[in-house]
Design a protein around this ligand. Structure first.
Ligand SMILES: Cc1ncc(COP(=O)(O)O)c(C=O)c1O
Length: 367
């Protein structure tokens, strides 16, 4: 009978797809911030979003975002509420100038973005992975993106399916590229030449639920046409304080960005992510077909490792063994089934080695 895991091990063994694990150092800093923000004697949950102490937090978080993600000066940084899902609607509401928008359908989230866009005009689906159960992504250089589209939408990492663009497709000149980076922001160096807008819920790689980071090129921002309070330009002009911003999420985001900076920046986050994911994929491969990755080899995600077993009983048994050892969050999304390990920035390499061992040994015991 395996030993039950300690509280520390349970935290390190949390593979939830989001909200997800935070680094121990960040958890400790945030615990202090909740009681006393920056020596003010007042906790971060109790500060006015227009007071001097929060002014400082907001401006530090913006400069950290710019430094860590290397954001060019002609882009604006916004901290909004409403989740990434709200952006699915805000994007067409602001930018569907010609009525037409172009989409790559690579999973659950892009499908939702398409359904929202359809309410504002026709959509052109330049790739649809549905028939293949979203296991693979196309050659990014081989897509026919219409020149008259108001914008082109992609999702960099498909959290549910466990696929990730190794190189994002680029739209024709004058078609803005809008990318959902909810599950890979802060874990990969960005190519700003191929991004006009990105958005990301922070609850995976950058903190907690309730805050969405939006980074948008000013040329595009100025074209925002949605009414208040859905207009991006109005949020930018008000410095993310058109209404009360998600103050707690911004405090946690600041700590996460500091932590990334102290740990070698996004470049190092990318190396760590590769290493952790490789441990898991190697373990799956070593079971000679007992466990099988969901995603095609060329587009396997380093953030969400998804795999299937020979039958649902074997997967159930695996989850039971994993739980006894202190692992959690490993059940696959209901639309894909199977198993999923989400290994975002805070994922622990030692815990990944232990999970890799379990994957290997369970292929002999879960029969
Ligand atoms: C890639 C991606 N986009 C969008 C969402 C939706 O985010 P939210 O629940 O914050 O609206 C998620 C959530 O997991 C996601 O992984």
């Amino acid at each position: 009978m395996p030993m039950m895991a300690s509280q520390m091990e349970r935290s390190a063994g949390n593979y939830s797809a989001g909200p997800s694990r935070l680094p121990d150092a960040v958890r400790a800093m945030v615990a202090e911030d909740v009681l006393d923000l920056d020596g003010s004697g007042i906790g971060c949950l109790e500060h006015s979003h227009r007071g001097e102490v929060f002014d400082q937090v907001l401006s530090q978080t913006e400069s950290l975002t710019r430094n860590v993600l290397n954001v060019p000066s002609d882009y604006s940084v916004l901290f909004l509420q409403g989740g990434a899902t709200q952006q699915f609607g805000l994007i067409p509401m602001n930018f569907s100038e010609t009525g037409l928008s172009a989409h790559t359908n690579t999973g659950v989230w892009t499908t939702k973005a398409m359904r929202a866009a359809e309410q504002f005009g026709p959509i052109s689906i330049v790739f649809d992975g549905a028939d293949d159960r979203f296991r693979s992504l196309p050659d990014p250089t081989n897509l026919q993106i219409p020149k008259e589209a108001s914008y082109f939408h992609t999702c960099a990492n498909n959290t549910v399916m466990g696929t990730q663009w190794k190189n994002l497709p680029s739209p024709p000149a004058n078609v803005p590229h809008v990318c959902d980076m909810s599950s890979e922001i802060g874990s990969r160096v960005l190519d700003w030449n191929n991004l006009d807008m990105l958005y990301a819920g922070c609850q995976k790689n950058l903190g907690v639920a309730g805050t969405v980071l939006v980074i948008i090129k000013n040329d595009l921002l100025h074209r925002s046409k949605a009414p208040t309070p859905f207009n991006y330009q109005e949020h930018a002009s008000a410095g993310s304080r058109l209404n009360t911003p998600p103050t707690f999420g911004i405090v946690v985001l600041r700590r996460m960005l500091e932590w990334i900076q102290e740990h070698g920046g996004v470049k190092n986050m990318a190396l760590r992510a590769e290493k952790r994911a490789q441990l898991l994929y190697d373990a799956i491969e070593s079971t000679q077909g007992y466990w099988q990755p969901h995603a095609s080899h060329a587009c396997r995600s380093v953030m969400n490792v998804t795999w299937h077993g020979p039958n649902p009983e074997a997967e159930f048994q695996f989850l039971h063994q994993a739980n006894e050892l202190g692992f959690s969050g490993l059940k696959g999304h209901r639309s894909v089934g199977g198993l999923r390990a989400s290994v975002y920035n805070a994922a622990d390499e030692v815990a990944c080695q232990k999970l890799a061992e379990l994957i290997q040994t369970s292929s002999r015991s879960c029969k």
